[in-house]
Write a protein that binds this ligand. Structure first.
Ligand SMILES: [Zn+2]
Length: 208
């Protein structure tokens, strides 16, 4: 993403603001990815969002897909983890939840935002194929089940590599997810580094 899309994010966030209630004491990660303390949730409640083994941010060694890697010439930091894949691959719900919103996200791809039932977390599945939630019968207000196909990897019009851009929020804040005046991530204050969780969910799913 780059700064020129902040307006797009800001406008879509306004819609989310009304439907995203503050909630939960859960906090299983921090922005520096340092902690996963006792939360009451278990990995069994959560699932890796892709069906195949994909290098996640931590293996990128600070590469461009990693959480916190520089964007927009260093003026902000990457707020998610990019899971590189191929266009059209299914994306699975990481936990049971309620769909808050779908909207145009970045370079002709969409985003899907889900509020987790068990954890209260908010998950933004970004850079998904335009219209793919609807194709799989997923619309705002719907409930989704862990493991359900909820979208597909999208084709970016501005970049050749396809990916799932995965963002995670603890749910302790409310309002829109994209907050242009909140550096360095330009995201809501409850943004979590999802890297450690993704790695654990992947290990649970693929047992390696
Ligand atoms: Zn990304």
């Amino acid at each position: 993403m780059n700064l020129s899309f902040s307006i797009l994010f800001a406008s879509s966030s306004l819609v989310l603001a009304s439907s995203c209630a503050p909630k939960t004491t859960l906090k299983s990660g921090t922005l520096d990815g340092s902690s996963t303390e006792s939360t009451g949730d278990t990995s069994a409640e959560l699932l890796y969002p892709l069906g195949g083994w994909v290098d996640t941010c931590e293996e990128a060694g600070g590469g461009i897909g990693a959480f916190g890697s520089p964007r927009a010439g260093g003026s902000r930091k990457h707020a998610g983890c990019d899971l590189y894949s191929t266009v059209g691959r299914p994306i699975y719900a990481v936990e049971d939840g309620t769909v808050l919103e779908t909207y145009l996200f970045y370079c002709d791809t969409d985003a899907l935002v889900v509020k987790g039932k068990h954890t209260g977390r908010v998950i933004r599945y970004g850079e998904i194929r335009s219209g793919s939630p609807e194709k799989h019968g997923v619309s705002p207000g719907d409930t989704v089940k862990k493991g359900q196909v909820i979208a597909e990897i999208g084709k970016l019009s501005c970049y050749s590599q396809a990916m799932l851009h995965f963002e995670l929020y603890s749910g302790s804040a409310s309002g829109g997810l994209t907050v242009p005046d909140n550096p360095p991530y330009q995201r809501r204050s409850d943004l979590i580094n999802p890297t450690k969780d993704l790695k654990q969910w992947r290990a649970d799913r693929f047992h390696k």
